[in-house]
Design a protein. Structure first.
Length: 144
């Protein structure tokens, strides 16, 4: 008799998850024994609590991947597309041109200067600050 498709994969997933859980619980038991010994530390106790969580991680990962795959299939059915097909973006992205970037930089500079004037940083800034700003502007130009 032939098995339905995906049964082997499901058994593999369950097997890997159970193996990880058993191994990690064994490591937790080992850390508990170390904690209980004369030279055990609280670090060992921390590992006692962590190892079972590490053992559950593969099962959670497989569960989460399956849940996301089912959600993707449901959304694909709503759109009328095939489940493996890449989704078509609903929003068109705006591509920036060099002129658009220059205009954006200019508007930021104008806004910055108006803020400086409002807060008294326009004409009466001290010489040290002005020198520093010139230095930063020169560095900015050199990096382009």
């Amino acid at each position: 008799m032939r098995e339905p498709p995906g049964v082997g994969r499901k058994l593999l997933v369950v097997g890997v998850s159970l193996l990880a859980l058993v191994l990690c619980c064994g490591l937790a038991w080992w850390q508990w024994q170390r904690f209980s010994s004369a030279n055990g530390t609280f670090q060992n106790l921390g590992y006692v609590l962590q190892w079972p969580l590490f053992g559950l991680a593969p099962a959670y990962m497989f569960w989460r991947l399956r849940k996301l795959k089912l959600r993707e299939q449901a959304e694909a059915e709503q759109r009328g597309a095939e489940p493996g097909q890449a989704p078509v973006p609903e929003v068109q992205h705006e591509y920036r041109t060099a002129e658009h970037s220059k205009a954006a930089e200019h508007s930021k500079a104008v806004e910055r200067s108006s803020v400086l004037e409002q807060h008294g940083g326009g004409d009466d800034e001290d010489d040290e600050l002005a020198a520093y700003n010139r230095y930063l502007a020169r560095l900015n130009q050199e990096s382009r």
